[in-house]
Design a protein around this ligand. Structure first.
Ligand code: SIN
Length: 518
């Protein structure tokens, strides 16, 4: 990733093991390192599959990071409203009450992130607004905020005596003993070794690889959620999978380039959605029109695409190239003329549920923590408010890291995967992933029908059985990613089937014919 590519064998014991290197994982590492005596060398280990910063979803975040400004009460009200009042008010209090301080302390004072300022406002921060926010409260750097935070954060920890980062390193299983988590089995270059930890923090991000179109980077296979669930930890709200309404997906038949997100901030600045007949349609769906909550906009975009052939984002009312130079470049690279409207479609974006944790990121198993997208803090309920994911990762990461610090690692018996055949035929994984994504797309997407959720579970159970049979005799990273994806997909489908209340991102339709086209 950069200079920090420590050796897996250097030290098999660590105070805190963080799995994942997005903003939540980095904040957890920082939170732990600040608590620990690091004079004896690194007391915190970050293990990440990523080989480049782009491997973490945080790097891709566009819109920004919301703060409370002077009105945490209104911020809380907006989060609860976007979630259709399903978010946990106590968890939301933790977020809004800690937002300003965490951003000031870590992002501004420690990392010196160069957030955009507004000359007209005397060079104060240029707060922007996104859908379902009552006021402009989002700090941003162009529409490329994630990387502007993530890269200095990685560099900072790189230079930190208390932290070592193992890149290109996958966690395959948690090491548990008598209900307590003692670290994880880590794989690098085909070699598998246990790392024993006083506490283990999962920060493995989302589940984009479970769907054919996603804004997440590849490798988003739900690893942390699956490992935690297989070890017996509680998971919650798994049915709440958020689709972003405005993603350029290209020509799906011919164009295999990656989809790219067109930030909600563009609508926040005045862009509007139009259907294939050139008509604005959002005012017919919601009183807040183009700035309605994300789940409402995503379903409306899908419906209008089906009815009229396409939906475009009309940016004619926005200084697009001036305000969003990064997005303008992406359009140019893909041959899209923004003046003609940017074709958009919904794509999987964020999992609101995950490993169930408390206000310090503690999971239901002793010494296990989860932060960021793989966790379920209760902040998002059934639908997440824009630009709260980096904030949640930062606030819970710091809290979890601080709480996790201070316990000595214990060496216990770890699962022995060493003698297994490392080879997994490539076509096995490819074929299974295609099947898994098709099922998730058709039956567990934007709109769901109870019968089809039953069908999805049956197919996913069979698929998981086939993968499990391989796992008994083989060990490879791609096999474990497939295993984690199949376990996580089944958790999503099961939670969706068990919830008969259509709310937020979990949208039940009465006619099965309406659900399959996502
Ligand atoms: C966006 O920029 O539209 C995405 C922001 C988010 O997911 O919070």
């Amino acid at each position: 990733m950069s200079a920090h590519s420590a050796d897996l064998d250097d030290d098999r014991e660590t105070g805190v093991l963080v799995v994942g290197s997005g903003i939540a994982g980095l904040a957890a590492a920082l939170g732990a390192a600040r608590e620990l005596d690091v004079s004896g060398g690194p007391a915190v280990t970050v293990a990440t599959k990523a080989t480049r910063p782009e491997g973490a979803s945080s790097w891709w975040a566009q819109g920004g990071i919301a703060v409370s400004r002077d009105d945490p009460g209104q911020f809380k009200a907006d989060i609860l409203a976007a979630s259709a009042d399903t978010a946990d008010p106590a968890a939301v209090d933790v977020l809004v009450d800690n937002a300003n301080e965490a951003v000031q302390d870590v992002l501004i004072d420690t990392l010196d992130v160069d957030f955009d300022t507004d000359e007209a406002a005397g060079d104060d921060w240029d707060f922007t607004r996104e859908a379902a926010h009552d006021e402009a409260r989002i700090l941003h750097v162009d529409a490329a905020t994630g990387r502007a935070i993530h890269v200095p954060f990685l560099n900072y920890l790189d230079d930190h005596d208390g932290v070592r980062v193992l890149d290109d390193t996958a966690a395959l299983e948690l090491v548990t003993h008598e209900g307590r988590v003692h670290g994880a089995l880590l794989e690098r270059d085909g070699e598998v070794t246990p790392t024993f930890a006083g506490a283990t923090v999962l920060a493995t991000g989302g589940i984009g690889d479970l769907y054919p179109r996603s804004t997440n980077p590849h490798g988003s296979t739900g690893d942390g959620i699956a490992m935690a669930a297989l070890a017996g930890a509680d998971v919650a709200d798994m049915e709440y999978v958020q689709f972003h309404p405005t993603v350029y997906v290209g020509d799906e038949a011919e164009d295999d380039a990656e989809p790219f997100l067109v930030s909600e901030a563009v609508r926040g600045e005045g862009a509007v959605l139009r259907n294939g007949e050139g008509e604005r349609f959002m005012p017919d769906y919601h009183p807040d029109g183009d700035l309605a909550p994300r789940d409402v906009v995503a379903r409306a975009v899908q419906k209008e695409r089906e009815a009229t052939g396409e939906v475009v984002l009309d940016v004619s009312g926005v200084d697009f190239a001036g305000e969003f130079p990064g997005l303008a470049e992406k359009c140019e690279a893909r041959g899209v003329d923004p003046a003609a409207g940017i074709p958009v479609a919904p794509a999987e974006h964020f999992l609101c549920g995950g490993v169930a944790v408390d206000d310090r990121g503690r999971a239901s198993l002793d010494r296990l923590y989860a932060v960021g997208e793989c966790s379920r803090t209760g902040v998002h309920g059934a639908n997440r408010l824009a630009s709260t994911s980096l904030l949640e990762g930062l606030v819970w990461g710091l809290r979890a890291g601080a709480d996790a610090a201070g316990r000595d690692p214990e060496v216990v018996e770890a699962p022995d995967l060493l003698d297994r055949d490392p080879d997994l035929p490539d076509n096995f994984a490819r074929e299974k992933f295609v099947r898994l994504r098709r099922v998730m797309d058709e039956y567990v997407g934007l709109r769901r029908h109870p019968d089809e959720l039953g069908r999805a579970q049956a197919v996913l159970r069979r698929l998981k059985g086939e993968v499990d049979a391989y796992v008994r005799t083989r060990t490879s990273r791609s096999l474990y990613e497939l295993r984690h994806a199949s376990v996580t997909a089944l958790l999503v489908a099961r939670a969706a089937a068990e919830n008969d209340r259509s709310v937020g991102t979990h949208n039940l339709v009465e006619d099965a014919a309406e659900s399959g086209a996502d």
